[in-house]
Design a protein around this ligand. Structure first.
Ligand code: IFM
Length: 470
């Protein structure tokens, strides 16, 4: 039974999409995408340093060597966040800064950078939310045992987490374990991606690919236990997942039922969000995988299925589904040519994905008890600086406005959505797309490192100030 919240409409705008008073407005980034300074203070290479330095892997031969130079400019960036009015900031900690060899000795100089950053955030009244892994794993562990191909990776990750939380747990009380497991496992080791979109040795079978994501799930479980054991104060722990959202083509009972069924086998859902939140791989996925299912040792599912304080939900697009007269009872629908899309081949505009994603966690996975945070939502646009030195990204505002309205719909129906982190605070290194794709609400002029707040920055500041979709 859901509780319907009394959302008070703004007196001047009865349909004003007013958010609850205690809603968390935030923004997000990640270490490799913004920090730069890849050799400073004993940081050793991450797999992304190696991958981006390999010819042909990243567009334009771009790397994260300098990125937004946030390592040196963090104070100015935090000041700009304060101008935006966000009270919450999600960033990630680079494992190879903390443990350059991936395991063993802790590099205190690397920890100090995050102490400085977090102290600065507190000074401006911004609450830090730290992701402990956003894809930049130590190259040393790739050389040693192939990173996520080995179960040992989960153990070493948990040791790294303990080291971080012991040192930063007095300053940070919101922790996120891993960002988007499918992207650093299936897209790195996947048998169907040649060349791979992410670091990882291409493996021979689908079973081995699923084994890498199983190891990542174990890392999440062991990491959650490590955070709770090491934190000197009460803290929250979340997993951040980009589960695939099935959206009913028509919001009628038969199509909604089809979308719920299709949720099991869409993307990697059945083998990632299902075990993390329910303690079992989806039986529909296991039937589909057959002998390609990963090996699961005794006790693994209990380790993976840790109690969480929030689920972090990264959401950009969705997949339309309709009921069908076939064996499955549903079918996935392709986007027709000309369907509206932002500046990425996969960024089809499906704002209802926000609502349906939240709906599936409560209704399809049976977890209405679990509070959610939208930990990423945003889009790439073809931003241009005009003659007045401005970036008027009305397309991004359009995208964001409609996604926030869908978030409001979920809250108005009583679903437990507690916060929203816009991706991204500033343009940054967009992985295999390099600097060719801009997701920021702040434009970064890379040659000068000048920051130019875009029109969407002003728009989001007004949403935060008024606590409603503007
Ligand atoms: O930039 C990425 C981020 O690192 C993870 N989620 C999706 C974003 C846009 O592609």
């Amino acid at each position: 039974m859901k509780i319907i919240l009394p959302l008070i409409p703004h007196p001047c705008f009865p349909d004003s999409y007013q958010f609850p008073e205690d809603f968390w407005w935030g923004t997000a980034t990640s270490s490799y995408q913004i920090e730069g300074a890849i050799t400073e203070e004993d940081r050793q290479p991450s797999v992304w340093d190696t991958f981006s330095a390999t010819p042909g892997r990243v567009r334009g031969g771009n790397t994260g060597a300098v990125a937004c130079d946030h390592y040196h400019r963090y104070e100015l960036d935090v000041q700009l966040m304060a101008q935006l009015g966000v009270k919450h900031y999600r960033f990630s900690i680079a494992w190879p800064r903390i443990m350059p060899e991936g395991r063993g000795t802790v590099n205190e100089a690397g920890v100090d950078f995050y102490k400085r950053l977090v102290d600065c955030l507190h000074e401006y009244g911004i609450t830090p939310h730290a992701t402990l892994f956003h894809w930049d794993s130590p190259q040393a562990l790739a050389d040693l045992y192939g990173s996520w191909q080995s179960r040992q990776m989960a153990v070493d990750y948990a040791d790294y987490v303990t080291a971080v939380v012991r040192r930063l747990g007095d300053r940070i009380t919101h922790w996120m374990t891993l960002n988007e497991i499918p992207c650093f496992t299936h897209m790195g080791y996947g048998v169907n991606c040649d060349p791979p979109h992410a670091p990882g040795t291409q493996v021979d079978s689908l079973k081995e690919v699923w084994q890498t994501s199983h190891h990542a799930l174990l890392a999440h479980g062991l990491g959650t236990q490590a955070i709770r054991a090491a934190s000197p104060v009460p803290c929250t722990v979340s997993l951040v997942d980009n589960f695939a959202v099935t959206v009913p083509l028509i919001e009628s009972p038969d199509h909604i039922e089809a979308a719920k069924k299709a949720f099991h086998t869409c993307g990697q859902n059945g083998g990632i969000i299902f075990p993390a939140l329910t303690g079992a791989y989806s039986p529909l996925l296991l039937a589909e995988l057959g002998e390609n299912a990963p090996d699961i040792q005794e006790g693994d599912l209990e380790t993976i299925h840790q109690p969480l304080d929030f689920l972090g939900f990264n959401i950009y697009s969705g997949t339309y589904v309709r009921a069908a007269d076939n064996k499955l009872g549903y079918e996935f629908l392709d986007f027709p040519p000309g369907y509206p899309r932002m500046h990425m081949p996969w960024l089809d505009i499906v704002p209802d994905c926000v609502y349906w994603g939240i709906h599936h966690i409560s209704e399809t996975l049976g977890r209405p008890d679990l509070p959610l945070l939208i930990t990423e939502n945003g889009c790439a646009a073809q931003d241009q600086v005009n003659a007045n030195g401005e970036v008027i990204d009305t397309d991004r505002i359009f995208y964001l406005r409609h996604h926030l309205r869908a978030a409001h719909r979920a809250i108005a129906q009583g679903y437990p959505l507690k916060g929203y982190f816009l991706w991204s605070f500033m343009d940054n290194f967009e992985w295999s797309w390099g600097y060719d794709r801009r997701f920021g609400i702040t434009y970064v002029d890379y040659p000068t490192q000048q920051r130019i707040p875009k029109a969407s920055f002003d728009w989001y500041r007004e949403c935060i100030r008024n606590n409603r979709v503007m």
